[in-house]
Design a protein around this ligand. Sequence first.
Ligand SMILES: [Cu+2]
Length: 264
Amino acid sequence: MTPGAPGTPGRDPRQQARTLALPENASAHGHRLDALMASSHLLEAVLAAVMLGWLVLAVGRFRKAPPTAVDGGTRRSRLWVMVLAVGAVGVVDGTLFVRSLGYLDEVLWNFSTPVNHPDTVRLELNAHQWAWEARYAGEDGRFGTADDVVTWNDVRVPVGVPVWVQLVSADVVHGFALPNFRVKLDAVPGRVNQTWFQAAREGVWEVACYQHCGTSHYKMRGELTVLSPRDHAAWLREASRQAASAYDAADTAAHWGWAWRDAP
Ligand SMILES: [Cu+2]
C-alpha cells in the first residue's frame, strides 16, 4: 500500500499551496469545473479590457470637450450602453449558465453513475467538532452491522470507481471539501446530504472543512488516500475483520450509521 508520494507538491495535504492556481485536479470530472471557471475568467478579462480601454480612450479624447448634462449623452448613446450591458451579461452569464447546467445534469446531479456502477464505494460521513468520521459497510455490504469499518480523519477510496458520499453532522454545520476533487458539500445536522466523485489517480489528498465551525475549525483536516482497487479491497477486508472482532454492542456512541439511502 503506497499512497502516492508524500512530499510531491500538491500531493501531500500537509504541504502549503505556493501558487494562486487552483489545487491540482485529481478527479475524473474536475476539469469540467475548471474549464467553466477558466472560460468565465477569460470572458470577464475581455470585458474588463474593453471597458477600461474605452474609459482611458474617452478620458483622453474628450478631455477638452465642453461639459454635458449630468445625465450624460444622447438617446442614442444611452441605447448603446443598454445594448452593450445586456449583451455582456447575456454572453458571460448565459455561457456560464448553460455550461453549468451541462455539468450538473451529466455529473453532479447524475447519480445514475454511482447507482449503476458495480464497484461503487458507499461512504457514510459524520462531521464532528472537529473531525471527520467515515463509515464503510464492511464485508457484508450493509451499514449498521458489526463489521462496519469506521475511521477518523482517514478516508480511503479506490481509483477509477465512483465514490458515493452520504454526509451528516453531529453538531453544527460543517463543509466537507476535497479541494483536489472539486467536491464541496454542506454537513447539516438533521439531514443526509449526498454527492459523488471519482478519483483519477492514486495519492494522498486533503479533506478540509470549508465552513467555520468553532474554535478548532482549523484543525478539522483529514486525509483522503486514493489506492488501487486491489489495495483498497485488501485494506477494507482486513479492517472489516478487525472491526467485527472488536465490536461492542453496548458502545452506542459508535453506532451512528444509517441504512443507506437510495439515490436522491
Ligand atoms: Cu467543520
